[in-house]
Write a protein that binds this ligand. Structure first.
Ligand SMILES: *[C@@H]1O[C@H](CO)[C@@H](O)[C@H](O)[C@H]1NC(C)=O
Length: 348
């Protein structure tokens, strides 16, 4: 009996060791795992957006901006009653001039009472490229106070972290929709789909190393991604970026960039620091290899697990689905709905 009790205790002890109470947070892709689903559910049932009427038919050429816009205007988040709205959507063409932008805001603020209440802080707009600072008061409030929704990677200097939101790139991969099982065999250390011009010297070094695969026109990109431990991206070379596919396939993203990245999609929701590596290009190919080879196996497995767990949040669907890229942008907007009004003293 004593032995039995002892074994039972021992098994319980092991269980506690393997499942410490904090395990859910260290294995969760979310920055705030304990409140994420509660806030999400509240967003689904309560969030209301008012769109200022526009006579113009707006077309966004960027796929992610277009997906977001079309999904939003056809969604149940839209209300015809501005008084019950949490946020206000200012719609303008991506090709609008900065003068027309300023005029649009001036019109809204004189015609409706909503802009002046927060000086635009409970307003948002889509601008795939982002907008500039302006000397005009109206355009400046739009820039400084309203939430800008842009395409990832954003244009340098045109994105304000924690206020603005970036859209996940639209994935062309069949994997992200099929939820196919992820291959465990990772024979290749790093895979790079190269645009043929970025950082040619570094890439040449990687090409000569048998642990890396570099391709410009892959025949089987998905196969490559699935059999590589790390997927390399040049932050600037957006054309090659299929971040979502890499993550869904469990290929941990390595972003080669020489400055901090503050515009990842879902930056304030996901634990990017646990899911991706940022490496400066000055290290060269061998430096890069040293970093990747030096990642301890348990850390690598955790990063990989978090990537796979987070990937569905970056998938765009023709018919939006729960927790997909569209709903996650709505979630980020919802979390910004009580934005504090900026005073004149605040500078960016
Ligand atoms: C909002 O404030 C501006 C001046 O700051 C004023 O011209 C405008 O009429 C106000 N809008 C409303 C609806 O009162």
């Amino acid at each position: 009996m004593a032995t039995f009790t002892f074994s039972l205790c021992f098994i319980l002890f092991l269980f506690v060791l393997v499942h410490p109470s904090s395990s859910s947070s260290s294995f969760s892709p979310y920055l705030y795992p304990s409140t994420f689903s509660m806030n999400y559910d509240k967003m689904l049932t309560s969030f209301k957006v008012f769109i200022y009427p526009t006579t113009q038919r707006i077309i966004f050429f960027s796929p992610s901006a277009s997906n977001f816009y079309e999904s939003l205007i056809n969604s149940a988040f839209i209300t015809q009653e501005p008084e019950e709205a949490d946020l206000f959507f200012v719609v303008f063409s991506p090709e609008i001039s900065s003068r027309s932008q300023a005029r649009l805001v001036r019109e809204l603020r004189t015609k409706y009472p909503y802009w002046n209440r927060t000086l635009g802080a409970d307003h948002f707009f889509i601008s795939p490229e982002g907008i500039d600072f302006s000397s005009d008061r109206n355009a400046l409030e739009l820039k400084k106070n309203s939430v800008q929704i842009s395409v990832f990677p954003t244009v340098s200097g045109k994105f304000i972290p924690h206020k603005d939101i970036s859209l996940s790139p639209v994935s062309k991969s069949s994997l992200v929709l099929s939820h196919a099982p992820v291959n465990m065999d990772r024979s290749c250390l790093g895979y790079l789909k190269w645009d043929g011009k970025t950082e040619a010297e570094l890439v040449e070094e990687l090409r000569l190393d048998s642990e890396f695969v570099v391709e410009s026109e892959p025949l089987d990109q998905l196969g490559r991604v699935k059999s590589s431990k790390f997927c390399l991206f040049f932050y600037e070379a957006e054309s090659t970026l299929d971040l979502t596919e890499a993550m869904a396939a469990g290929c941990v993203p390595v972003v080669i960039v020489d400055r901090p990245v503050q515009d990842f999609p879902l930056m304030d929701v996901l634990r990017w620091s646990e899911m991706a590596l940022l490496i400066g290009n000055r290290r060269g190919g061998q430096g890069l290899k040293a970093v990747l080879s030096g990642v301890p196996e348990d850390r690598y497995q955790r990063m990989r697990g978090l990537c796979v767990a987070a990937a569905h949040h970056m998938v765009w669907n023709a018919e939006p689905q729960a927790y997909d890229a569209f709903h996650m942008v709505m979630y980020q907007l919802w979390m910004r709905r009580h934005t504090i009004r900026y005073t004149r003293r605040e500078e960016f």
